[in-house]
Design a protein around this ligand. Structure first.
Ligand code: UDP
Length: 328
């Protein structure tokens, strides 16, 4: 039985990856420090013999007794609200955490896939973004802690690949959505759906002309899996190229939820990218991958998930106490 270590296992993408690898017949070792992850996302796996869980912060030395075939590094805060609350951990998990996992991969002879991001392109000056674009990042802005950690992560990974001959893969993930997103992580989809379900106005930042393109989680996971199993070490964009403005998207959500919420406008956060759309030619040609789930279908599944949450879960504005972690 092949063994895979998944960091950030209790998070949104990490938990879906755990499901995918279990379904593919792997022994899965999940790891998470639970700062932003939630055990609820993986509690259905605890009864399985093919699943183990370590409560551990990968910014500290990572010890895994078992042999490992693959490692997927998905531990990181991943929303602008989190970067503001836990900036130092965000920097550490992308830099020190990645270093520890590269060391572990080298010791075990495992292949390592790291979760990079469209944020390495910053507020892009070319459109759509292909993997050869170097990006436009403000190193000292609020998003800098994430963007620069991820850029450093890519450099470190390529150095291990070139210098040590380690087998590495780099996925640049564009906006992805689906069940198990944290309701209050500040990201636009849970924000809008939560607001609609609570009967609040939808908060559009800026004038809503900024664009994003949203990929359904099942498509994202399939792309990541294919990349891991490929022999391609350079970065690959995985995302859905179908672009929409945030204002149009807010109107789409109002139609989807059948509510009569108003749209209210709030200031645009600093360094909020104006346009984001992946060029996925590389993923198409190298992996034979492209997204299949249309936004209407994916949003319906996501809405059903949020609707199934309890009233209490819907009401709480932020269920995590970051004050302790923030001082580390
Ligand atoms: N956004 C918004 N209202 C919200 C939350 C987000 O208009 O309540 C906007 C945000 O300014 C950004 C877009 O939606 O332009 C996507 O934001 P998200 O945080 O989901 O992802 P990212 O900015 O990292 O792509």
């Amino acid at each position: 039985m092949k063994k895979v270590l998944i960091t950030g296992a209790a998070g949104f993408l990490g938990s879906h990856l755990c499901d995918k690898f279990i379904n593919e017949g792997f022994k899965v070792i999940g790891m998470d420090n639970l700062i932003t992850g939630d055990l609820k996302n993986i509690e259905h796996l605890f009864k399985l013999e093919s699943f183990d869980f370590y409560h551990h912060d990968v910014s500290k030395f990572v010890h895994v007794p078992d042999e490992l075939d693959y490692i997927l590094h998905f531990a990181s805060p991943a929303s602008p609200i989190d970067y503001l609350k836990i900036p130092i951990q965000t920097l550490k998990v992308g830099s020190l955490g990645t270093h520890n996992l590269l060391g572990l991969a080298k010791a075990k002879g495992a292949r390592l896939l790291i979760a990079s991001t469209s944020e390495v392109y910053g507020d892009p000056l070319v459109h759509p973004q292909n993997e050869d674009y170097y990006g436009n990042v403000n190193t000292i802005g609020p998003r800098g802690v994430y963007d620069e950690a991820k850029r450093f992560q890519e450099s470190l990974t390529m150095a291990y690949h070139r210098f040590h001959g380690l087998e590495t893969r780099i996925v640049r993930i564009f906006n992805t959505y689906g069940p198990r997103m944290r309701l209050n992580d500040g990201r636009v989809i849970p924000a809008f759906i939560g607001q609609a379900l609570r009967g609040e106005d939808l908060t559009v930042f800026g004038d809503g002309s900024q664009t994003r393109s949203f990929c359904y989680v099942d498509d994202q996971i399939e792309g990541i899996y294919k990349l891991l199993m490929s022999d391609y070490a350079e970065p690959v964009n995985i995302g859905n190229p179908y672009e929409i403005s945030i204002l149009d998207f807010a109107q789409e959500i109002i139609r989807l939820t059948g509510t009569d919420q108003k749209i209210v406008f709030r200031p645009l956060p600093k360094d909020d990218p104006m346009q984001r759309q992946p060029d996925i030619s590389r993923a198409k040609s190298i992996l034979g991958w492209e997204p299949k789930v249309e936004r209407g279908e994916g949003m319906k599944l996501t809405y059903d998930y949020f609707k199934s949450l309890s009233k209490e879960e819907l009401q709480k504005s932020d269920h995590k106490d970051f004050s302790v972690h923030n001082r580390k």
